[in-house]
Design a protein around this ligand. Structure first.
Ligand code: BEZ
Ligand code: FE
Length: 257
């Protein structure tokens, strides 16, 4: 083992043993804990468990404590990103197909400029990868009515770094509750709701990748997101602009070390 692994594992075990002793945990209780973690692994829910226990938010904060001043705030990725979404063309780039039962929610155009937090220059080579729920609260991967990759896609900014996405205003939704993490939430009395949000993963040559989320004012779960991931600077105003809603989100990437 490396020195780092030795040090961290020794401290984790010391902390765990102290808790077991302090609470006089029984053999039966310890076996139940191990069975629960086995189930979490089998259900592929370790990321979800890390999220709802607010561990992911802590790791995100630790990982980005030294970020360049002026860089856009990072946020938790969550377990619902799907690799290799399609590139969406046009400006605004539409990231969804209409589907039966989607209702008549408002079209939302999200846009801004991708720049370097170093010198402020535009980053036309950036890729802006987004994913979100549809307007009635479900991700494509949970919703048989939606085509694959609905409300997901990669967008390339123009030569000045400007990007624009045509989407729909998402709604609050619950994290998956049908597996062992759902039982955990019930056992500790924690609700499963997240405020409406759009996920972003932005990359550009010579810059640190940024994973973040955008939230919207007035959402009932801004103050009690079940994963605790809302940052005030990521709550972006939404306003009516003629036929559609608009939301500005400039993105500044930290130069790579
Ligand atoms: C999400 O926002 O996609 C998400 C985050 C954490 C847990 C589950 C879902
Ligand atoms: Fe999400």
């Amino acid at each position: 083992m490396t020195t780092r692994t030795n040090e961290v594992v020794a401290d984790v075990l010391a902390a765990l043993h102290e808790v077991l002793e302090r609470h006089q945990v029984t053999e039966q209780e310890w076996m139940a804990a191990l069975a629960f973690l086995t189930e979490i692994g089998r259900a592929d829910e370790f990321v979800l468990l890390s999220d709802v226990t607010r561990t992911s938010v802590l790791i995100d904060a630790l990982s980005h404590a030294g970020d360049e001043a002026g860089a856009t705030a990072s946020d938790v990725e969550g377990p619902l990103y799907v690799e290799d979404p399609p590139v969406r063309e046009g400006s605004p780039a539409k990231i969804y197909d209409e589907y039966e039962g989607m209702g008549d929610a408002d079209v939302l155009i999200v846009g801004g400029r991708v720049t370097s937090a170093g010198g402020g220059e535009p980053l036309p080579e950036a890729i802006v990868d987004v994913w979100q729920t549809g307007p009635d609260g479900g991700y494509d991967i949970w919703d048989e009515r939606q085509p694959a990759f609905n409300f997901r896609g990669k967008i390339r900014p123009d030569a000045d770094g400007n990007y624009a996405i045509q989407t729909m205003l998402p709604k609050p939704y619950t994290v998956p509750t049908d597996g062992p993490t759902g039982r955990y939430l019930e056992a500790v009395g924690q609700h499963p709701w997240r405020p409406a949000h759009i996920h972003f993963k932005v990359t550009a040559p010579g810059h640190r990748p940024l994973v973040t989320q955008v939230f919207f004012p007035g959402d009932p779960y801004l103050d009690n997101d079940t994963i605790g991931a809302v940052k005030p600077e990521l709550v972006r105003p939404v306003e009516r602009r003629g036929e559609h809603l608009g939301c500005d989100f400039d993105i500044a990437l930290a130069p790579a070390a």
